[in-house]
Design a protein around this ligand. Sequence first.
Ligand code: NAD
Ligand code: TYD
Length: 360
Amino acid sequence: MRTYLVTGGAGFIGSNYIHYMFKKYDKEIRIINVDALTYAGNPENLKSIENRDNYTFIKADICDKETISRIFAENDIDRVVHFAAESHVDRSIKNPEIFVRTNVLGTAVMLNCAQAAWELPDGTYKKDKKFLHVSTDEVYGSLEEDGGYFYETTPYAPHSPYSASKAGSDMLVRSFMDTYHFPANITNCSNNYGPYQFPEKLIPLIINNALQGKKLPVYGDGKNVRDWLYVEDHAKAIDMVQEKGRLFETYNVGGHNEKQNIEIIHIILDTLREMLSDDDPRKALVTDDLITYVEDRKGHDRRYAIAPDKIRAEIGWEPETMFKEGIKRTIQWYFEHEDWMRNVTSGEYQKYYEENYGKR
Ligand code: NAD
Ligand code: TYD
């Protein structure tokens, strides 16, 4: 039975990954989830699996070396899947330090502790131990509107404090592979969407605001392009890279699903109108008039687009969920989880919203 140490498993992608893994492997694996439960971590995301015998939750900060070492000492960890990070660009523009702390220092602690637990006296490693570092395509910077893709060989050129700190964490993983022959992989994925995404990110924010007849804030001209991937396809890619990928390699993950932000907003509005029944009072609120152009994000990257050639050719991974289907599933999930949305948008969220959007 393989034992996984997942960091940041109470966040958006981490919780989807844990659900995916239990669906796929059921009792064949054990998962230990280490999460500090910041504003972005939510135990509700894992309610349906929290009582499993093969699941353990530990509330801890990845920068806390003593606790992380102890977890490695007390458990024979076979796989680390490292999601824990500060993940929102707008927050990084307002408060960069916490991004450096969690994303860079936290990754160094995870690498150090895994290495100490797995390395043998002769400098080789215990058999079949693997560390996967979950990263983003934002480390590659921004593409021109009319062409080009991010390849694994594209030079790093991050622009935001978020992407700079993720680039720093990727470089640390690379340095461990190069210096200590540490058994790791890096995945650089495009923008994810799906259930459990915190409504500071574009797609859940637009769904939530539209259903309440609130303004839909579009940064700049709305023509920035992102390459959207359904989160379950990302979870599957992570598992496939860890089991079928070549160690020490980086794999880009994306689905050739490029869309301008304004297109995304129109698709969400159309899909909401299609899915809401005529007698639902929210239907009348969902109008195009809600779209509001606001001051652009500072240093706003124009376009991201992944070339997933390597992961497809070497591992056979392809996205399964087309955007039309994925966005319907996502909206349906938010319809069925109104309480989840209410809980995460009460209190602190209001303060964040006022700070980020109040003066725009
Ligand atoms: P998220 O913000 O939803 O979740 C982050 C999780 O990490 C939360 O549960 C939070 O409590 C936890 N965490 C934060 N600081 C911590 C600390 N110091 N110690 C322990 N836990 C801590 O993020 P997400 O969108 O799920 O992203 C997960 C990972 O995937 C990140 O590394 C991110 O860079 C990467 N990624 C995200 C996307 C995307 O579109 N969301 C795309 C590509 C890569
Ligand atoms: P976001 O979901 O924050 O992801 P990222 O910045 O990591 O790509 O934003 C996606 C795109 O949507 C990005 O170009 C910024 C834009 N955006 C808006 O136009 N309005 C919003 O309120 C938000 C949150 C994002």
